[in-house]
Design a protein around this ligand. Structure first.
Ligand code: PGA
Length: 247
């Protein structure tokens, strides 16, 4: 399975910086094609410019969220159809920052995954437990519940990516132990049976303080088919080094 390295820029990047980052990555991709698939998810304001900068490089473009509807009176929102129109092929959905900041429920995330599929986007569905839930030994219960509630029925493996992101590891510099990541990913793989066609072909990403220094070990684990990278994706050299570790 070809690994996916996805960069989640979050609410970062003004025109010049964002463009320089996208161009830098495109230049690297032109020099040395990667074994892994590379995806950048810039803020909506930079999609068009970043898309132009990476055109022809093989790097893919994604959004960070979408509405459940494709158009209409929803001030401030962006639809999956609009993301597709802007050149995206992926969209991150159910990220813990949206679940927390915008009180997104599993049911809402499920409706967004459906909207993404309708528009022809691959959904990167994010799951993960809080520090308290982890300390209480509830990690598997929490991710199972999130998966059951936010994954619509009938998706094919090519329409879906799952990202396991322990909330306590996001942006903190703390990474989950490899054995724990492997355990959760094995659990997710098994939990996908009966929920999607060809569950063994769904890519399962790990996210949470992925850096060049820990990427090779994490990406070498069974059932880890890529990474969702936040902070380190804002630096072209770091993001590239993570992508190279996915060989
Ligand atoms: P981080 O973010 O790599 O900065 O921890 C990961 C994410 O939130 O997707």
């Amino acid at each position: 399975m070809r690994k996916l390295i996805a960069g989640n820029w979050k609410m970062n990047g003004l025109g010049a910086d964002g463009l320089a980052l996208a161009r830098d990555l495109a230049k690297r991709a032109g020099r040395a094609p990667l074994a892994a698939e590379l995806l950048i998810c810039p803020p909506a304001t930079l999609l068009a410019a970043a898309g132009e900068a990476i055109a022809g490089s093989g790097i893919l473009l994604g959004g960070q969220d979408c509405h459940t509807r494709q158009h209409g009176a929803h001030t401030g929102d962006i639809s999956a159809a609009m993301l597709r129109d802007a050149g995206c092929s992926y969209v991150i959905l159910g990220h813990s920052e949206r679940r927390t900041d915008h009180h997104e429920s599993d049911a809402l995330v499920c409706a967004k995954v459906k909207a993404a599929r309708e528009a022809g986007l691959v959904a990167i569905l994010c799951l993960g437990e809080t520090a308290g839930e982890r300390d209480a030994g509830r990690t598997l219960e929490i991710v199972s519940r999130q998966l059951a509630g936010s994954l619509p029925e009938g998706l094919g493996a090519a329409e879906l990516v799952i990202a396991y992101e322990p909330i306590w590891a996001i942006g903190t510099g703390r990474t989950a132990l490899p054995a724990d990541v492997a355990g959760v990913h094995a659990h997710l793989r098994a939990a996908l049976k009966g929920k999607v066609a060809a569950p063994s072909e769904v890519r399962l990403l790990y996210g949470g303080s992925v850096k060049p220094a820990n990427a090779r070990e994490l990406l070498g684990l069974a059932n880890v088919d890529g990474a969702l990278v936040g902070g380190a994706s804002l630096n072209a050299a770091d993001f590239w080094a993570i992508a190279e570790a996915a060989a």
